[in-house]
Design a protein around this ligand. Sequence first.
Ligand code: HEC
Length: 119
Amino acid sequence: MKSVHLIALLACTFAANAFAASATDASNKPIDIKVLAVPCEACHGKDGNAIADQYPRLAGQYHDYLAQALREYRSGDRQNPIMGGFAKPLSDAEIDALSRYFAAMPSKLHDLSHDEQGD
Ligand code: HEC
């Protein structure tokens, strides 16, 4: 039983190291997510829930969806003049860090499960 715990602990340590090792920007400097996210917060909000209706809420969305969107803005597969400009300079590790950061925030997104349909 003890060895199972040890293996689990080692696995976590390796996983944490793997993430720390990849969390560098294009010039190999460690990513400071609080600094990296500052420009994004101007529209998407400090809490990830957007400052106005025309901006999507990022909080609580799947991180891999957010990362996919950012990669597509960067490559031009998804066209948006604002986001294209913000995504262009991002490295893969920065996209991953930003996506995880906003995805982990408490969301004000809601679905229609509590809405009444018809009369
Ligand atoms: C000037 C306002 C503005 C700033 C700053 C900004 N965004 Fe956006 N963002 C938008 C708008 C507008 C859209 C919707 C574009 C579209 O229709 O594709 C968007 C879309 C997105 C999406 C896709 C969301 C979805 O639900 O599909 C992601 C992810 C995203 N932004 C992340 C970021 C990140 C990360 C930053 C900082 C590097 C950032 N944005 C900075 C305005 C902004």
